[in-house]
Write a protein that binds this ligand. Structure first.
Ligand SMILES: [Zn+2]
Length: 93
């Protein structure tokens, strides 16, 4: 009986070590993925900052605007100043 208890305690300790190892791996992978996400966020912020002067101010770069139809329903259309390109267009003189 004493031997069975020792074996079970040893197995229990091994399982606890596996939990610690899995948690360490999880934390390491989470940090690695967050680092990659942060790099993408920084790149997107730079792109947005660079593109801001060229983005259509009416649709804010989405290429569509929401309008109300005769029935009062809202719909998205792309027929406006930028014609759905989402880029700022010179309206001419
Ligand atoms: Zn637009």
């Amino acid at each position: 009986m004493n031997n069975i208890v020792k074996i079970l305690q040893a197995k229990r300790n091994i399982l606890l070590e596996e939990i610690k190892s899995a948690y360490y791996d999880y934390c390491h992978k989470e940090k690695m993925l967050n680092d990659k996400i942060n790099k993408i966020d920084i790149t997107l912020a730079k792109i947005n900052e660079y593109m801001e002067p060229y983005i259509c101010p009416k649709c804010k770069g989405t290429g569509v605007v929401k309008v109300c139809d005769a029935a009062g329903d809202t719909e998205e259309i792309s027929y406006h100043t930028c014609r759905g390109t989402s880029l700022k267009v010179s309206e001419g003189k």
